[in-house]
Design a protein around this ligand. Structure first.
Ligand code: GTP
Ligand code: SPV
Ligand code: MN
Length: 581
């Protein structure tokens, strides 16, 4: 229970609507977690994994029709459709509320209603924000405990501050025909019905920390972004350089955040601050300061192996929840790319048969507390955050886009971010591998009109006297045979090295119409066997290809019409003219 009147009244109101058998206020204690786990083991919601190799680890198999975010069922409900923008699905807030009331009516009969107070960000950080999620899913509760600072401490902060985001969730019937993820940014509320999966159901993550937070951030002068945060420490023991990077879903944030440098970088260390979401605010010193609002990882399992992300593997052998992975004969979790073991049962619990497709669902995930990551940095707990040296944008682009280039200015960097495109992945329901525009990796996550969002980015830049430099990377170029041309993963350290050298003013760069590229000799390729000509190709600016690309970017941005900031149009014109010269 609580002494905050608004919260008490809202919980009462929701209970009246949804008619649960019981109401449980979550304390966030280990004992509560264990009780919930025991209940879910008993009713089959969770399956115990091998207690010798994976103590405290459980498997959840979701409904086969509920395995990813559903962008076509996700809405931003502002009074004016233009405030949600062409980048969002829009519904009139009154209509949306009525529809959701209809779905939620009596939906928790026979179930327990859990009230989850949570804090996004270090509990004593001025940049942190609180929310309360009401849900009928104990699986959501245990995930929220790993993913956020959840329970009594968060409730105490809510009672001190008096403000919180309201999120109401029910798994409903898990029927895709009765599924909606609704956001009401003007009322700071979220309503999600009919899915128990990831960003649809763990409302602190995409719904609160991105869609609602981006809307709040605009009003309050900060940014809520789909970015990892890492720190790079060199053997010289100078300051740690912090970098935030935005890549679309399943495009490499978790992997980059936990990078282990290759052998030639002896003595270098990459620290993990966050792997998915970054809240950043201009500091009094004119720099941009960032926090990770999350306390856990909800990471893509497939592709996580000893050769790609050993830090992730190391944190997954105890106290983790796996969703939709396969299991081995001896009940160990398994997925494609793990590099050891064999699947016995697939993600649906069927005996593994290659004819049924991959053993683990391509969007199967692990949930684990950040503190279990070997590269996790204590600086992630700093209330004021970490100062950023660089911001990096990137996507999956088989062709055209070079390995790395640098924007000439903050405003040009905003164009580079707004012009991002990437091949779609299994993180959202729908076709995979289709190139789509995904500005700043926020297409599914911006809670307002992208035109206003680009304008807000430009405004933030004006307040920074020491802005981070902005870069674009692409780890995903392919050759004629469909093989990745760049080895990626730990080897991406070589690109980070160049980025930091640029930030420190230690190396020159080559100007091009799209931005500044490395001189081939400035990328450290020692110990790397790149076939002849590959580096040249990765650093080449294909003028004709880019003229076409910039034409497409122009047509995309034209969709935002007169709301599009003039400064962005001017940047586009400048690049377009340079390409035609
Ligand atoms: P979300 O959690 O959905 O936001 O994804 P993410 O951006 O954190 O992506 P993640 O790091 O989980 O990577 C997704 C997939 O891309 C995995 O299968 C990785 O193995 C693969 N991947 C990550 N980094 C690289 C890279 O540098 N090169 C290549 N070729 N693949 C990569
Ligand atoms: C993403 O899709 O970007 C994720 C996974 O991080 S989910 O939490 O499901 O949104
Ligand atoms: Mn993500």
């Amino acid at each position: 229970m609580t002494r905050n009147r608004q919260l008490a009244d809202w919980v009462e109101e929701v209970a009246q609507l949804t008619c649960p058998d019981r109401v449980h206020w979550c304390s966030g204690t280990p004992a509560e977690y264990q009780d919930l786990v025991a209940g879910m083991l008993a009713d089959g919601t969770l399956i115990q994994l091998n207690e010798t190799t994976h103590p405290g680890c459980y498997l959840h198999r979701s409904d086969p029709d509920d395995v990813a975010r559903v962008e076509h069922l996700t809405f931003v409900c502002t009074r004016e459709p233009e405030d949600a923008g062409p980048n969002n699905n829009w519904m009139d807030p009154d209509e949306a509320r009525q529809r959701m009331d209809g779905l939620f009516e009596g939906c928790m009969q026979g179930r327990t209603m859990y009230v989850i107070p949570y804090c996004m960000g270090p509990i004593d950080s001025p940049l942190a924000r609180c929310g309360v999620e009401i849900t009928d899913s104990p699986y959501v509760v245990v995930n929220m405990r790993l993913m956020t600072r959840m329970g009594d401490e968060a409730l105490a902060r809510i009672e001190r501050e008096g403000t919180f985001i309201r999120g109401l969730h029910s798994i409903g019937e898990l029927d895709p025909e009765r599924r909606f993820i609704m956001h009401f940014p003007e009322e700071l509320t979220i309503r999600s019905y009919g899915s128990g999966y990831g960003g649809n159901a763990l409302l602190g993550k995409k719904c609160h920390a991105l869609r609602i937070a981006s809307y709040q951030a605009r009003a309050e002068g900060w940014l809520a972004e789909h970015m990892l945060i890492l720190g790079v420490e060199s053997p010289q023991g100078e300051v740690v350089h912090y970098i935030a990077a935005a890549f679309p879903s399943a495009c490499g944030k978790t992997n980059l955040a936990m990078l282990i440098p290759p052998a030639v970088y002896d003595g270098w260390k990459v620290w993990t601050i966050g792997d998915d979401i970054c809240w950043m605010r201009p500091g009094e010193d004119g720099r941009l300061w960032a926090i990770n609002p999350e306390a856990g990882f909800f990471g893509v399992a497939p592709g996580t192996g000893q050769a790609t992300n050993p830090n992730a593997l190391a944190m997954l052998d105890h106290d983790a929840i796996f969703t939709n992975v396969a299991v081995t004969q001896d009940q160990q979790p398994w997925w494609e790319g793990k590099g050891e073991g064999q699947p016995a049962l697939d993600w649906q619990g069927r005996p593994y048969d290659a004819a049924n497709g991959p053993a683990a669902h391509p969007n199967s995930r692990f949930t684990v507390a950040v503190r279990q990551c070997p590269s996790y940095s204590e600086r992630a707990e700093a209330p004021r955050g970490v100062p950023l040296s660089a911001i990096v944008f990137g996507g999956r682009r088989e062709r055209l886009v070079p390995l790395v280039f640098e924007a000439e200015s903050w405003a040009h960097g905003v164009l580079v971010g707004s012009a991002m495109a990437s091949e779609t992945t299994a993180a959202a329901a729908g076709a995979v591998g289709v190139v789509r525009r995904d500005p700043m990796a926020m297409k599914p996550f911006c809670g307002y009109n992208f035109a206003d969002y680009f304008g807000h980015w430009l405004e933030i830049g004006k307040t920074l006297t020491r802005p981070p430099a902005i870069f674009h990377v692409n780890w995903f170029r392919k050759d004629g045979a469909g093989r990745f041309m760049w080895p990626g993963f730990g080897e991406n350290m070589r690109v980070l090295d160049w980025i930091i050298a640029r930030c420190k003013g230690e190396v020159e760069a080559v100007d091009s119409p799209i931005g500044r590229l490395p001189r081939a000799a400035d990328l450290n390729l020692q110990g790397l066997d790149l076939p002849a000509g590959v580096l040249e190709e990765l650093l080449r600016v294909d003028q004709a290809g880019w003229r076409q690309e910039v034409g497409e970017i122009g047509r995309y941005l034209d969709g935002y019409r007169e709301r599009l900031p003039e400064a962005l149009q001017a940047q586009l014109k400048r690049v377009s003219e340079a390409l035609s010269a």
